[in-house]
Write a protein of this length. Structure first.
Length: 213
């Protein structure tokens, strides 16, 4: 008597082997693609960090020229009318969206040699902020922020991750500072093309794809 189950069992064995090979190949492909997808997502957030940081730098520049002083908090960029920034952006590199602020504690910054917040059409030379532990002076602000230790001259990310590019020669995100000086960078100097922000006297850096939160 001939057993008719033999060929069927053989075909079933080949199917199982093919399935296992397919699963193995798929696992290898997924393992190879996931790091690339993660890297691409970080690059996009990195580009967004630069865009938002430069928005603050431009807003601070506009505020200083308009009111003859630096803002005491980022919130003033929005609250003092006419406002100097479209919105208070969050840090895309941190979960809470908190920025660190760069300030010169106890140093009043005025235009025309005066004190206070009197208006003046003449721009004030921009002193370079001195980094202090943290890595810079100031307080962390979740997009908006409270009072800083002095006039706010810029922002930096609180993330300790390393970037895929250098910004002003720095690799770690928490060393990427965005001040008026950042607006003067030529393409490639700081890792991206920079310029005055849109709506405030110039064309800013090209925003990365996707919506903004």
């Amino acid at each position: 008597m001939v057993n008719g189950t033999g060929p069927r069992q053989g075909r079933g064995g080949y199917t199982l082997v093919a399935l296992l090979v397919g699963i193995t190949v798929a696992s290898v492909l997924i393992a190879a693609v996931l790091p690339l997808a993660s890297a691409q997502a970080q690059r996009e957030r990195e580009a967004e960090l630069i865009f938002r940081g430069l928005q603050y730098a431009e807003g601070i520049r506009v505020f200083r020229r308009r009111y003859g002083r630096y803002p005491n908090a980022l919130q003033e960029l929005l609250d003092v009318k006419p406002r100097s920034i479209r919105k208070l952006w969050k840090d895309p590199m941190t979960k809470d969206g908190a920025w660190g602020t760069i300030s010169m504690a106890g140093t009043p910054v005025t235009s025309g040699g005066g004190t206070g917040s009197g208006l003046s059409p003449r721009a004030t030379p921009t002193p370079r902020p001195t980094p202090t532990p943290g890595p810079f002076a100031g307080t962390a602000l979740p997009g908006a922020g409270g009072a800083a230790a002095g006039p706010v001259m810029g922002v930096y990310s609180k993330s300790t991750e390393s970037g895929y590019r250098l910004w002003e020669g720095r690799e770690s995100y928490n060393e990427w500072r965005f001040t008026e000086e950042s607006l003067a960078l030529k393409p490639g100097d700081g890792g991206s093309s920079t310029g005055p922000g849109p709506g405030f006297g110039g064309t800013g850096p090209a925003p990365p794809g996707g919506g903004r939160n």
